[in-house]
Write a protein that binds this ligand. Structure first.
Ligand SMILES: [Fe+2]
Length: 282
């Protein structure tokens, strides 16, 4: 059931306070210990970007999707702190990577001109956010717990889209889904991940924050990228967001890696070849 969150807790100051609170919940020390203990890492599967990556960016693109700029009214939905670590297969954090997320609102509408449900949209939901990982590879968002949707004849169980860019190039695209959700059995994208262990890496518990008067939830989702990531010749990380790999609206559904095309000042792919760090062709 959706709830309207209390505006007083969702202002900019409130969000920063919340970040500090949440940071203590997921201490860096705890993350590192967890990484060391987990010697057998299962790579996060790459999944389709889908057709609803924003075709027009919202006015606000920060990591608080509940509030657009300094708006008074927050989005409708179950407040969820989504956080985790971006790392390679060895467990080394991938720092200075840009993590983008996007998802539909509580009315099952995306901030995409072709992704609107007939019920309209929640104009207070940012629908998209980005965050640059810190030195420990951490990212964090405040958003709503995702809901199911049926758009343009396609049903999807609740999910949040993720994209990771580094040095201005998209290096990874996947989706996070809700562990144990009844609609998962109807979701064809999830169903295409045949390996149970692999599938389990994208199924995430949404757990209550103890003592939260707002009924906030936390969801921890690590992205383990099984690809060698090259830094520039000068070993500097340039930051920036890679171009969407969207096939555009009406493109083929299903999982499968994004094309990983470069953009935003990054060099174009070499003729007849793939850019460094891009996934292999399907
Ligand atoms: Fe989607």
């Amino acid at each position: 059931m959706s709830r309207i969150i209390h505006p007083a807790s969702t202002g900019r100051r409130g969000f920063l306070t919340g970040l500090g609170l949440s940071a203590s919940l997921f201490s860096v020390r705890g993350l590192m210990a967890e990484q060391l203990a987990d010697t057998k890492r299962i790579l996060t599967p790459e999944m389709t970007e889908g057709p609803y990556y924003p075709d027009k960016m919202p006015l606000d693109t920060d990591n608080d999707l509940l509030i657009i700029n300094d708006a008074i009214t927050p989005a409708v939905g179950e407040i969820s702190w989504v956080s985790g670590c971006v790392m390679n297969a060895s467990g080394q954090p991938i720092r200075n990577a840009t993590v983008e997320i996007w998802q539909c609102d509580s009315k099952s509408s995306y901030i995409h001109s072709r992704g609107r449900n007939e019920n309209g949209l929640d104009g207070n939901f940012q629908g998209y956010g980005r965050y640059q990982t810190d030195s420990t590879g951490r990212y964090q968002f405040r958003t709503i717990k995702p809901v199911s949707y049926e758009l343009n004849g396609m049903f999807r169980a609740p999910h949040i889209h993720f994209a990771v860019s580094r040095n201005g190039r998209r290096i990874f695209t996947t989706q996070m889904m809700v562990k144990g959700h009844a609609d998962n059995t109807r979701d064809h994208v999830l169903g295409e991940i045949e390996d149970a262990a692999e599938r389990n890496t994208i199924l995430v518990d949404f757990l209550p924050v103890p003592g939260s008067p707002l009924g906030e939830l936390t969801a921890k989702f690590d992205l383990i990228i099984g690809r060698t990531l090259e830094e520039g010749d000068d070993h500097k990380l340039l930051g920036g967001i890679g171009k969407s790999g969207a096939r555009g609206f009406g493109g083929p559904p299903g999982r499968g890696p994004s094309p990983g095309r470069g953009a935003g000042g990054s060099p174009p792919p070499p003729p007849g070849g793939r850019p460094p760090g891009s996934p292999p062709p399907e």
